[in-house]
Design a protein around this ligand. Sequence first.
Ligand code: GLP
Length: 245
Amino acid sequence: MIDVRRFDRADQVIAAAADAICALLAEKPEAAIGLATGRTQQPLYAELLRRHRAGEVSFRRARCFHLDEYWRLPETSPQSMSHQLQAQFVASTDLSAGRFDRVNGMAADPALEAARYEAAIRRAGGIDLQLLGLGTNGHIGFNEPGSPHASRMRLVRLTAETRAQNRDFFPPGATVPPEALTMGIATILEARSILVLVTGASKAAALQAAVEGPINAASPASALQRHGNCTLLCDAKAAQSLKGN
Ligand code: GLP
């Protein structure tokens, strides 16, 4: 079952997510955190940096991983997922050098890179807290509808909907990559805790299906119902289609 916590506004969702991350780091400074990209997470990184500058939280001993990366986009490209996370968050923290492990979207072999990344997560002792957003089609990471819930990290083909959703991150005329490396659903479910952030009316149907719908491949996020420690923070707009309380 997913522990759904509703807030009136998106800024309250962000504050609650920042509270959860700061509480984890206070208890376990060396925690491994799985970062996620997307518009929903951007204000969370801004809030964490604000708290960091105020001396309220240190990332020095933490480790960071991330969910997904476009395939064949160099990490120097501003649209690369790891570049965005580095620029928006990691570079402005006190995270020790080398403790943000980036997925290499330019690796020679996607299967080898996926295996390397999963091994790095295992060597770090697993992920303590995995951040997630939700696609309008119910995707988590880049696990599109139809992805097996037993999937591991792998190369996937993106749907037209997902590429359109991410179009604005790219300059006019540039192609949104058709493929990405993503942690699989089973990889995500191995995290000891999962924190899903969902805001805005465009996510209402996907949120309802994830939380109250059947657990099936049509809704990748419905797999989260099987996790024992998954909290979903949402605003009133995203929660508007939920039937139960
Ligand atoms: C993207 C990412 C996801 C993200 C989701 C929602 O395609 N792969 O990790 O959570 O879509 O993005 P947004 O927060 O911009 O709505």
